[in-house]
Design a protein around this ligand. Sequence first.
Ligand code: ZN
Length: 505
Amino acid sequence: MMKAAIYCRVSTEGQEQDGTSLQTQLEACLKYCQVKGYEVKYQYSEAWSGLSLERPRLAELREAVRSQAIEVVVVYSLDRFSRDPVHGVILMQELEKNEVALEAATETVDNSEVGKLVFYIKGYAAKLDAERRRDATGRGKRALLKNGKMPQGTGVGIYGYKWDSASKKRIPLAHESKVVKHMFEMAASGKSCFDIAKTLNDSSVPTKTGKKWEARTVSRLLTNKAYTGITYFGRTTGKDHKKTNEDTWHVLTDVTPAVISQELFERAQSALAKLRELHSGKAKHEYPLTGFAVCGKCGSPLVGNCLRGNYRYYHCRGTYPTASRAKICDAHYIRADWLEEVVWDKVKSILSQPELLLAEVGKQVENEKAHYSTGTMDKEIKELSRRLKGYAGQERRLMNILRMDLATPDIVLDEINLMKKEREADQVRLNGLIQAKENLAKALEMQESIKELCAKVVPCLDSCSNAEKKDAYTYLDLKISATPEGVSIKGYLDLNVLTIARTWA
Ligand SMILES: [Zn+2]
C-alpha cells in the first residue's frame, strides 16, 4: 500500500467563500486516497500564502519527503501546493529527487494551469543551464590552448592513442600504434588507401569506433601530422598547412607522442602523391555525363568505364564493392555513345528553339515574382527577424514578473501561450518569405544562365565540344536517370513542355 501525505492550504484572507475550506480540501483528499488505496500517514493543514515557500506545515511535509517516509503527496489542487511556479519547480524537483509522486484530487497535475507553467519553467531553466555550461566550456578551452595544452577532444579521439584527461595529453596504445605504423609502411610501399582499407578489413582490424575502414578514413589518417608528434588543434587534416582562422588554429608540440618517424611520413606522402598522379593520367577518355547522371535502378551516380581499351560505358557505382560494403546494384553497363547521344539530342532540340526556352524561363520568373515583391517583402523579413529576436527578452520579462510576484501564474501563462503562438506564426511567415526570395533569386539566376547559354552554345549546336555540352547541362540544371533500357531527363524547367511546344510550333 502506498504511503501518502495530504497537504491542505488556505490563504490568510480566508477561503471560505470559494468553497475550498480546509475541511472541504481534506475530505476530498481523504476520499481520493481511499479510492486509490493509499495509506494516509500524515495530514498537514495551514492558513498561509501560497506565494511563500516558508510555510511551517509545508516545512514538515518537505522533511517527510526528504526522509522518504512517504511515496505520494496528495493535494486538493496544484495551486494549494504552491502559487508561485518557480517555487513549484523547486518543490517538484525535490519530490522527483526523492521519488515521491505529486497528485491532485481535482485535476491532473500536468494539465492544470500551474502544472503547465511549472513544466514550461523547467524547460526554460534547463535551457539557461545549458547555455551557461556551453559558455564555461568555451572559456576553459581557450585557457588550455593558451598554456599549450589540448582541450579534451570530443568523441573518441584519433586512432592510435587514448586521451589522458589528467595530463591533457595523448597516450599511445600499443596495438593501435602498431597498426598506424603498418598503414604508413603499406602506403610508402605504394599501396592505395583503398587497398590498405581492404587489407585491414580483411584481417578484422576495426577502426576506433569499431567500424570498417573506408578509403577516405585511411587517407585522413595517413595525412595527419600528429603521428609524427606535431598536433594541430582546430584543423581536420594535415594536408593543408594554411592558417584559416587565428582563433581556432594552434600548434601543440608536447601533446601527441610520435609513433612514426618524419621520414616514414614523407615517404608515405610522396607514394600517395605518385598514385594520385597515375590515377589522373588514366582518365584518357571523356565522360561528359559524369556528375549529371544516376543509375535508374538504385540512384547511385553513374561513372565512366572503358572496356577492352576502346568501348566507353557508363556504369552504376553501386555495382562496385567498396572497402567496407559489397555491391548493392546489378544494373548493366550503358553504352556511353548511346546515352550521350540521347541526352544531347534532347538538349539540342530544346536549344534549337531559344526563344521558347527564354519565354519559359521568363514565365518562371514572373511566377516567382508573383510570390515575392522585392521592396515590401525585404522590409517584412527585416521586421520579422527583429521581432523573433525580441521574443527572448519578452520571455525574460515574463519570468521576472513571476519571480517578483507581480502577477498571478494564470495571467502569465496566458501571456506565454499568446507569445508562443505569435512567435510560431512569425517563424512560419518568415520561412515562407525566405523561401519565396530564394526561389525568385534562383529563377533570375537561371534566366541569366540560359541567356548566356543561348548566346554561347546555340550558334554552334552541331559542333559543340564536350566542355560546351557540359556547360549546357549545368545551365539547364540537368538531372539524368538511366538504365540500358531507358533514360529520364529532368531540368530546372519542364523539358517536356519545351519539346512538346516545339512540335506545335
Ligand atoms: Zn545502380
